[in-house]
Design a protein around this ligand. Structure first.
Ligand SMILES: Cc1ncc(COP(=O)(O)O)c(C=O)c1O
Length: 389
């Protein structure tokens, strides 16, 4: 038997890991409702037609070669205009996932860290671990807004950057302008750059939102974005990171080399991204109104289930649901809870996949993309499960 590398043992992605267990039950005939993955496609949401048209047009034009490693020059310029940076500040990646990978590779040596929100999108945990970085989280308040005072306490001489994700995965929180401004002030005080993950930037259905790029002024920032969620096209696998402000030269140089070694990003889909940024965003209004409907249903249903509690999301399409005492005491862990729920035909993701600082509380992440009827069916199953236990 060949051994896998030690480093590979650090890789986990609970959002998909749980599916393997669900598939076993499904094979045995169990009807499963998948509320684990943030992919709008299976629930009938499609990319806007003008983006698909641009992809098709590119397929018939001459984009079958390797693209420039840092991205199609026209796309880089369109992104630069959107982010209000220069074209050579922009690096096109295979989804924002690759951008996140590049940032960790370029910025985090062993023992160093990017300070992460708790809870956070799991890829950040894995990348921090694989960089042999130290695991440092800042806590969130009861509404899932960052606790900026806790952030202050956790920043140390090994901190290389502050990660901010708003709208947030897994909580659906959309941070207030004041919180964002406080983070900018803190970053300025400690001379740290900010990483702003804007994967859900356009998906805000309750209230308004601000973006750090408009608040940062002298504080260096890197904004990450992609076609996946904002334009409902995760399969396109195109995203970018865009650097703004002073001091990035060595990191940009490292990112350029990381781009070079993997050759390029799918060129046809880069052409589609140009159409996305230049075209209308009518889909956003419609998508958000559908998300709001589903979120309202989820909120009402969760409120009515004894033992479950959640803060109502304002953006993205996730909620982080708490299993309260005494109900949680029955389970050895959130994984045990989620595995038992699998047997009721509902797939969600355990809270510990998103942080290691839950302080003895138990959570799971639920996706509210399915149509209301399907969502209600899943919630009926969850309600029965909670009643039985
Ligand atoms: C917060 C956040 N950032 C980044 C990503 C990665 O997105 P992609 O690689 O599809 O662009 C995701 C995907 O779910 C996400 O939720």
């Amino acid at each position: 038997m060949m051994e896998a590398s030690k480093k590979s043992e650090l890789i986990s992605y609970p959002i998909r890991d749980i599916v393997q267990e669900a598939k076993v039950l499904q094979k045995q005939g169990k009807d499963m409702i998948y509320l684990n993955i943030g992919d709008p496609g299976p629930y009938g949401f499609r990319p806007p037609q003008h983006i698909l048209d641009a992809a098709e047009k590119a397929l018939h034009a001459n984009y079958s070669g390797y693209a420039p490693s840092d991205g199609d020059p026209e796309l880089k310029q369109v992104i630069a205009d959107y982010e209000k940076v220069q074209s050579d500040d922009v690096f096109v990646c295979s989804g924002l996932s690759e951008g996140i990978d590049f940032l960790f590779q370029a910025m985090v040596d062993p023992g160093r860290n990017i300070i992460l929100p708790s809870p956070t999108y799991p890829l950040y945990l894995t990348k921090q671990r694989m960089s042999f970085g130290s695991e440092v989280f800042y806590e969130s308040d009861e509404n899932w807004e960052p606790d900026v005072e806790d952030m202050r306490k956790k920043i140390n001489k090994y901190t290389k950057a502050i990660l901010v994700v708003s709208p947030n995965n897994p909580t659906g929180a959309v941070y207030s302008k004041k919180t964002l401004q406080d983070i900018v002030n803190l970053a300025g005080e400690f001379k740290l750059p900010i990483i702003s993950d804007d994967a859900y930037e356009l998906l805000v259905f309750d209230g308004s939102s601000s973006n750090l790029r408009d608040l940062c002024k002298e504080v260096p920032i890197v904004n990450g974005n992609s076609l996946s969620k904002n334009y409902i096209y995760p399969g396109a696998r195109v995203g970018y990171i865009a650097f703004r402000g002073e001091g990035w030269d060595k990191i940009k140089d490292a990112v350029q080399r990381l781009c070079n070694q993997r050759l390029s990003v799918n060129w046809e889909m880069q052409r589609a991204y140009i159409a996305a940024i230049q075209g209308n965003t009518d889909h956003v209004t419609q998508f958000n109104s559908e998300l709001k409907k589903r979120c309202d249903v989820l909120d009402q249903r969760i409120k009515a289930i004894p033992g479950l509690k959640m803060v109502k999301p304002k953006g993205a399409f996730y909620a982080f649901v708490e299993v309260e005492a005494p109900f949680k005491n029955k389970w050895k862990s959130d994984w045990a809870f989620v595995r038992a729920l699998l047997h009721e035909g509902v797939v969600v993701v355990p809270g510990t996949g998103f942080t290691s600082t839950l302080h003895d509380r138990m959570f799971f992440r639920i996706v509210f993309l399915p149509p209301v009827e399907k969502l209600n069916q899943a919630l009926d199953r969850i309600e029965n499960f909670m009643k039985k236990n």
